[in-house]
Structures are given as structure tokens and as C-alpha cells.
Write a protein that binds this ligand. Sequence first.
Ligand SMILES: [Zn+2]
Length: 348
Amino acid sequence: MSWPDDGEGASILRVVDSQAFLALEHSGLGNIAQWQTLQLNALAQWLFEQVPWWRERLGAGVDAAHWARLPILSRFELRNMVALHRAPPVPDGHGAVSGAQRNGVHTGGASAGAHYFISTLAQRLINHAFYADHQRQGRNPFLPHACIADDIPLHSGEHIVNEASLAHAQGPQALRNVELFTKAQHVHWIARQQPAYLTVRPDWFEVALVHAVANKQPLPEIRQLLTFGATATDSLRRKARQWLGASVRHRYTCPECGPLAFQCPHSDAHHHVAVGNVKLEVVDDAGQLLPVAGDDTAPVPGRVLVTALHQYATPLVRYDTGDVAALHAGCPGCGLAVPTLSKLRQNV
Ligand SMILES: [Zn+2]
């Protein structure tokens, strides 16, 4: 294990950022709304003054109080906007801007084929929002972690090794590109690796598990299964518990702006909105805001719209994720006063 003799500033930023995300989540609805209002107003002002193609969409005098008047941004419109205009200028302090594809593969500074752009600051905050989830879910970040995903760079051999590092405050990581092996090979590999935590897509992994059990393959013991990219179904949760001894901790994410919500640590059915990263709204098919569920209001599922608070390099304002959920004023699972999603269904 290497001692953090360089990157000291980065280590401090990780601690500061991740603690700030958790503090905001626990600061109460009033503080969360006040802080998000500042971010939204700053974003609207910047886009209106600096980005001509957003000025047209926003119009003058837009502020957080009237967010629901802004047009909904479809995936098709976003794709065209990026292809036509590339990245707009970003505020001082955001650092360099780079291109990336929706599967997370970076394309470099200005190369064609980018699906979105991201600043150094926005990427740092995404990384640290994910890091903060270790504390939320009671994970020891120094235990071995394995990941099978399509955005892992192609590799020779069994997997990519990231050594344990105090500088990065993480244990040994083994990363594997999902395309390079069969499902059976992946499950054999997991059983050999015995990671404490495993990051996978839930739909893919459920099929792999069912095949492995049918073929009497040895199964690993896992503490937590970190899922992303598709709905974490109750049937996967049952199988993970029964066959691996694992609890599923879902991360609701968006390729262009990172975490949207993290599963409540006390409830499979609820997800705390990543309030330090995004504002989420839920609308009906006509685009009208649905009532937020509370003590006297039942949850009504609708389309999830995301406004990314730090994503200036590819602005996402009321971006239609294509997913469905109901929005609650507070978390029914643990009682925390933080905006929360239930009835989440992705890629519907
Ligand atoms: Zn909760």
C-alpha cells in the first residue's frame, strides 16, 4: 500500500467534498432548498449571459422559483445541441473541459464523437459524491472491490488491478470489461476474487447468477452489490441475499452528470436524491409537475427530469432521463428530511 506522499491536495478535497455532500443531505429541507436555489440561479444567469443557444431556451429573468416554466430537454435535443455547438465556455475554477461518450469513455479535449463534455470540477464532484456513498452505506472503502462494466478500458489478462492506496483512500480494486468474457467466466472470476463489494449492472448480473446456479458453479460471498444503469429489481435483491449473502445498494445515475439518487441505507424501496449534485423534478406525460408525496399526499410516479448543478460544459436543465419515479418531500424509509424517490423504474 502506498503512502499519500503526493496528491495531498486531492486527498483533502475528497474528504471536504464528500463530507459536504453528506452534511447537505442531513441539513434539512429548508437548507437544501436554499442552497439549490443559489446553484440554479447561478446556472441560469451564466447560461443566459454566456451561452447563446441556451439564452434562447431560457429567456430573460429566469430564476429557481420559476424552474418549472423552462422547457423540458429531450435526449434527442441534447444530442443535437452537443453535435452542433460542442462545449460552451465554463466559469473560472471549473478547469479544463474534456469530451466523453455515454459509456464513460473519454474522447479527449475537442475530438468528434463526444456525447457530452465535462469540466474538471464537475468530474471531481461526481467522483466525490460517489465516494461519500461508502459512508452512507457503511462500507469500509479499504476492503477489496470488484467492478464489471462496459466502461472499463479494454485490457489483456484477467482484469485491471488498482493497488490499495491511502492517497485515494481505497482498498485493492479489480476492474473487468464486461465484453471480454462470458457470464460464466465472470462468475468464476468473482468467486476466485472474493471481493467484499461488487459493482455491476443489475439486469446483466441477475441473468449471470441464474446461469451460474443452474450450472452449479461456485458462488462468491459478497457484502454489498452496488448496482447502476438499470432497475434493481426485488427478484435480484432476493437472489443476491439468498445466494451471495449480499445486500443490494443501488445507485441511480445518469451518464452525463453522475449520481441522481442513492438508495436509502435503511430501505430498498427509497432513494435519497443526490441533492449536492442535482435537482430532480417529476412530471406527468403532459410535462406538468406532479405533487410531491408527503404525510397527506400519496406518491405518484412520473417522468424524472434532472437539472445538473455543476454540469456547465454540457448543461442539463430539466433533462428528461427516460426513467420513472415518484418524488417524496422526505424519506419514508429512514425519516431523513431529504428529497427522496420511490417506485424507481429505469429505461422504461
Ligand atoms: Zn432514507
